[in-house]
Design a protein around this ligand. Structure first.
Ligand SMILES: [Zn+2]
Ligand SMILES: [Zn+2]
Length: 315
């Protein structure tokens, strides 16, 4: 990119990305093949994708996944980050390997500023996922400054990067810094898109979740109640986003100590998310975990064990 801080300054201190195959699965890998090229993978390790796909459908070479992602680029960057079969994010070595491959791919096309900044944002996120939060935040901040300079405050990529930085700041304990960014994003979205747009509701939810993690459950509960009401009206009560807000609202009420509707709300969320996303989806499973914890907390140990066993079987 011309005139920017760019990859040398942003990536200078990036730790190498680990792409080792999972050791315990070595023997099983022997008989298996990459689902893309059907090669058993003698020259490049076969890696589990870490998404929702099971068995052989999840096994591939990083270079094969990268080739698919590069071919699909006109449709967006999704294939670098999430499995296009099950729609879940890659995790573990496949996630890191593809982040590295995307960066190499961007380096080979220096004229493509968006590609380069997306690759750097993705590397910043990967650093955090590997526990290097300060480094990830530093990289994220540099990417955000560049996005603001080139595309402006209201660009979707700039806002995505800002949200990712807020998440990192929150993780590092800078809750005030995170809240400031999320509130700015919310205000900008309200001005540009109106109060009921799904992106505005998403930004509002980010502010509310930030308040919850700061130990302000009453403020969070009040915001989540409003967001849930709007989502039910605009998107319907069975929309995945509505069901997730319902889950967050239940969590805020647990923090406040108001247990009256928590169990039924979480049960309802689990049923809905199972219907919409499937019982193996991370968000369905996360909701089930919250209900298991809640049932245990209120002394319903048998119900908690039954629910935990039900979701354990699907893992
Ligand atoms: Zn392959
Ligand atoms: Zn998958």
């Amino acid at each position: 990119m011309s005139g920017g801080p760019s990859r040398s300054s942003v990536v200078l201190h990036a730790a190498p990305v680990s792409v080792r195959p999972v050791r315990t699965k070595t023997r099983a890998l022997h008989r298996r093949r990459c689902f893309v090229c059907l090669d058993p993978g003698a020259n490049e390790p076969l890696i589990y994708s870490g998404c929702g796909c099971r068995s052989d459908g999840a096994l591939a070479h990083i270079s094969c996944r990268a080739a698919i992602a590069a071919r699909q680029e006109q449709r967006g960057f999704g294939a670098w980050i999430a499995c296009q079969t099950c729609k879940q994010m890659f995790t573990g070595p496949m996630r890191f390997g593809l982040a590295d491959a995307l960066f190499q791919h961007a380096c080979a096309r220096p004229e493509d500023t968006i590609l380069e900044l997306m690759a750097l944002q993705n590397l910043a996120d990967c650093n955090c996922e590997q526990g290097r939060h300060e480094q990830g935040a530093r990289m994220n901040r540099a990417v955000l400054e560049e996005l603001r300079r080139i595309f402006g405050e209201n660009d979707a990529l700039t806002q995505f990067s800002a949200h990712r930085l807020a998440e990192k700041l929150s993780f590092l304990g800078d809750h005030a810094g995170a809240e400031l960014i999320e509130r700015e994003l919310l205000a900008a979205s309200m001005r540009a898109r109106g109060n009921e747009h799904h992106m505005t509701l998403l930004h509002a939810e980010h502010v509310a979740l930030g308040l919850l993690s700061q130990g302000k459950p009453n403020e969070a509960e009040s915001m989540l109640q409003d967001i849930w009401g709007t989502r039910r009206r605009v998107m319907g009560k069975d929309d995945a986003a509505t069901l997730l807000t319902q889950t967050f609202l239940a969590l805020a009420r647990i923090r406040i100590g108001d247990y009256t509707q928590v169990e039924s709300a979480l049960q309802d969320s689990i049923c809905g998310l199972t219907r919409v996303l499937g019982c193996g989806h991370p968000q369905t499973r996360s909701c089930a975990r919250h209900l298991v914890e809640f049932l245990t907390r209120i002394g319903k140990h048998t119900e908690a064990e039954v629910l935990a066993a039900r979701f354990h079987h699907d893992s």
